[in-house]
Design a protein around this ligand. Structure first.
Ligand code: CP
Length: 303
């Protein structure tokens, strides 16, 4: 069986995604029981982060250690890629030494080139186009608290960027309805949007949120857009998620944000600690869902 990669949620079928989320829930329960599960003894992963990270890095490093393996972290200054080594050569060399590669870099294309050159699995730890690892944690969190997400309604407010694209892919794979409210000029990629029959764009954030089971947003200036922050604050103002906006959603609505959040911008100062917010559990589930993903890629005979 050839190796599998996780560059997008579309790389796995719904059954495989369901299996990973199910294992993530079990991993969380095992962690809470302090149960040792170390099937990765002797395995090594390489983690390459060309953009800042807290959650993704800690989840991969702690997760690998908890599974009995080891991660080598490579920052942008540590590798020869920055000095012109072709990504395809880098992929072949790493494949000689490690069992799996996790990479965060702005260019989705570079991740694809890496995966093509590597003979070991490659995980997209976020690009400017997609953030599939985050979605595993988000779906896990929703399902732990509210049951299956299939058939539910999700509202995404704000920037039609990597998180929005990943929600579009998730709506396809888990078959939920997605309402997207983004300002003009910040709509999601039209091809990705068009690929999902369950996604609709609405103008008014209140229309997006009305009756929704899950409301999601992300920062208004993602990594690489910091220079546009002032302009973006003005453009995105009406898309701020407030407690009053959430009152329009379903009574048992959950709010999620991949974090880090900018309080006072895309969310009010107090929203993250509102009883409807699941952001802390969502962040914690990055650990369990990434462990389940690694287990699937390295140990599941069906992978
Ligand atoms: N949500 C997320 O990916 O967080 P980090 O950028 O801190 O990894």
């Amino acid at each position: 069986m050839s190796k599998r990669d996780f560059l997008s949620l579309l790389d796995f079928n719904p059954e495989e995604l369901g299996h990973i989320v199910g294992r993530a829930k079990e991993m969380r329960a095992m962690h809470e029981r302090n149960e040792l599960y170390q099937p990765l003894k002797g395995k090594t992963g390489a983690l390459i982060l060309q953009l800042s990270s807290t959650r993704t890095r800690v989840a991969f490093e702690a997760g690998f250690a908890q599974l009995g393996g080891q991660v080598i972290f490579l920052s942008p200054g540590d590798t020869q890629i920055g000095r012109g080594e072709p990504i395809s050569d880098f992929a072949r060399v790493l494949s000689e030494m490690v069992d799996i590669i996790m990479i965060r870099t702005p260019a989705q294309h570079d991740i694809e080139v890496l995966a093509e050159g590597a003979s070991v699995p490659v995980i997209n730890a976020m690009s400017s186009v997609l953030h599939p690892c985050q979605l595993l944690a988000d779906i896990q969190t929703f399902e732990e608290l509210r049951g299956p997400i299939t058939g539910k309604t999700v509202a995404f407010l704000g920037d039609g960027y990597n998180m929005c694209h990943s929600y579009i892919n998730a709506a396809r794979q888990w078959d939920f309805k997605l309402r997207i409210a983004c300002p003009d000029g910040h709509q999601p990629n039209s091809e990705i949007f068009a690929s999902c029959a369950n996604a609709e764009r609405v103008i008014d954030p209140r229309e997006a949120v009305a009756g929704a089971d899950l409301v999601v947003t992300d920062v208004w200036s993602s990594m690489g857009h910091e220079g546009e922050a002032d302009q973006r604050r003005a453009t995105f103002g009406p898309y701020q998620v407030t407690e009053q906006l959430l009152d329009l959603a379903a009574k048992d609505v959950l709010f999620m944000h991949c974090l880090p959040a900018h309080r006072g911008e895309e969310v009010t100062e107090t929203l993250l600690d509102d009883p409807r917010s699941a952001v802390w559990r969502e962040a914690g589930n990055r650990l369990h869902s990434q462990k389940a993903l690694i287990e699937f890629l390295l140990l599941n005979p069906k992978a």
